[in-house]
Design a protein around this ligand. Structure first.
Ligand SMILES: NC(=O)c1ccc[n+]([C@@H]2O[C@H](COP(=O)([O-])OP(=O)(O)OC[C@H]3O[C@@H](n4cnc5c(N)ncnc54)[C@H](OP(=O)(O)O)[C@@H]3O)[C@@H](O)[C@H]2O)c1
Length: 244
């Protein structure tokens, strides 16, 4: 069974940016092998530079919303101890419902609901005993804001998916980490030039007095991944945002 002192192989879908990149960095620093996945080869190459091309680091370009690409990914990377997905493509979806283009909604749903289904379907058979799958949901499921309907829906959906897969894929453990607002590149797509003002205003409201850092979420994902008694659970790492 994988343990803290064993060199493990962990797949991080979404590992080329934000929380996934921070997680990859932590795991590599602990001596594990990490395969990061994203669609953009350029973004993956930049991530490998940021991770110092550490021994054990691999990068694979794949679109997790494509079943063919997910199948090819798992056929090519060998056995795994844990699978994590932080992938999301939320560009253009923060608009009033009356302006919502259905193609945009479908792309976003694909990235955070269909992709996890595909990753679990093709990844579960590659997991070693004691293995786990961890997805990321998000605060929007609990504190929805105007213009955030689709994002609220996908985060709620992924949590229900986690409960169902924890039962269906047992003894593989399946969990989610639900981040609050975290300063990552996703905010360029969410708020553009309004990013800094939005994050500062939220920091002032939060019980912890600051916005999340990618490493806050990376630490929680690693804890969930390692806790052999945790399955079908959503861990909130949101600075207390659900309370304010
Ligand atoms: N940051 C926040 O404030 C916040 C708050 C609540 C929840 N969350 C959730 O936390 C998770 C991580 O967010 P983040 O802020 O770290 O995001 P991020 O910095 O934008 O990183 C997203 C990653 O997912 C990859 N990706 C997107 N679509 C993909 C696809 N179809 N196939 C494969 N990879 C794909 C991206 O690479 P490519 O674009 O190259 O594919 C990138 O590596 C997301 O699920 C997000 O919804 C974030």
């Amino acid at each position: 069974m994988p343990g803290e002192n064993t060199r493990e192989h962990i797949l991080v879908v979404g590992g080329s940016s934000g929380m996934g990149l921070a997680l990859a960095g932590n795991l590599l620093a602990s001596g594990h092998a990490v395969t990061i996945v994203g669609r953009s080869p350029e973004r993956l190459a930049r991530a490998c530079d940021m991770l110092g091309h550490a021994p054990g680091l691999e990068a694979v370009a794949a679109d997790a919303t494509s079943e063919d690409e997910v199948e090819r990914l798992f056929a090519s990377i060998g056995d795994l101890h844990h699978i994590v997905s932080t992938a999301a493509d939320v560009g253009g979806v923060y608009v009033p419902l009356s302006e919502m283009a259905v193609a945009t909604a479908r792309r976003v749903i694909d990235s955070k609901v269909v992709a996890p289904v595909l990753v679990a379907k093709h990844g579960a058979p590659r997991l070693a005993a004691g293995g786990s799958i961890t997805f990321t949901s998000g605060i929007a499921a609990y504190r929805p804001a105007p213009k955030g309907s689709v994002v609220a829906a996908i985060n709620g959906a992924i949590e229900s998916l986690v409960y169902a897969l924890a039962v269906e894929l047992a003894p593989i453990r399946v969990n989610a980490v639900s981040p609050g607002w975290v300063d990552t590149p996703i905010w360029d797509a969410v708020a553009g030039e309004g990013k800094d003002a939005a994050l500062q205003a939220m920091a002032a409201r939060l019980p912890v007095g600051r916005i999340g850092r990618p490493v806050d979420i990376a630490q929680a994902i690693e804890a969930v991944m390692r806790n052999g008694f945790m399955s079908g659970t959503v861990v909130h790492v949101d600075g207390g945002q659900r309370l304010v």
